[in-house]
Design a protein around this ligand. Structure first.
Ligand code: AMP
Length: 170
């Protein structure tokens, strides 16, 4: 299946100079959505049982929860500052277009849990790196960071000290 034709380039969004990779046409296509979730779950190394899939709001949640279902894993949300209701730990990070703070519930991970981190796009790697730091701080074992696509020219992979896999590369 050609996923690339279902990813739309939106120039100058949300800022001049950024080409935003819009996955909404992919999400709206029932066959592509199932195929994408199946393929992302298949990227996870089969010999390791994943305990929890962690995704980043908001687009990461969509496929992240579908991957968790396929791997019979739990799902943990990482959210922007102030959105999670219980006790959290926080990490500030740099984006391709700005800065922000991510949070995770303190009790979300048991030490030694095998964790798969998923997001839609790997750009500069700042977001995924912040999530990796949160997971490591809570004692989780990061098995893989996976993405629908990576923007290879931004070298995000170099920021991540773990197994990185993507369905598409630009
Ligand atoms: P980064 O931290 O630079 O790797 O940025 C990754 C995060 O920002 C992901 O959550 C993406 O959803 C979003 N993002 C960054 N750049 C883009 C882009 N060009 N198109 C779509 N989403 C992007």
């Amino acid at each position: 299946m050609n996923l690339e034709k279902l990813i739309r380039d939106i120039p100058d969004f949300p800022k001049p100079g950024i080409i935003f990779k819009d996955i909404t046409p992919l999400l709206a296509n029932s066959e592509a959505l199932v195929y994408c979730a199946d393929q992302l779950a298949a990227l996870s190394p089969d010999r390791i049982k994943i305990d929890k899939v962690i995704s980043i709001e908001a687009r990461g949640f969509i496929l992240g929860s579908m991957i968790a279902e396929r791997l019979a894993a739990g799902f943990i949300p990482v959210r922007k500052k102030g959105k999670l209701p219980s006790e959290v730990i926080s990490k500030s990070y740099g984006l391709e277009y700005g800065e922000d703070i991510l949070e995770i519930h303190k009790d979300a991970i048991k030490p030694g849990d095998n964790i798969l981190i998923h997001d839609d796009v790997l750009a500069t790697g700042g977001t995924a790196n912040a999530v990796c730091q949160l997971v490591t701080e809570l004692g989780g074992n990061i098995v893989q960071c996976n993405f629908i696509m990576e923007l290879g020219f931004l070298n995000g992979k170099e920021k991540l000290n773990c197994n990185v896999a993507s369905l598409l590369s630009y």
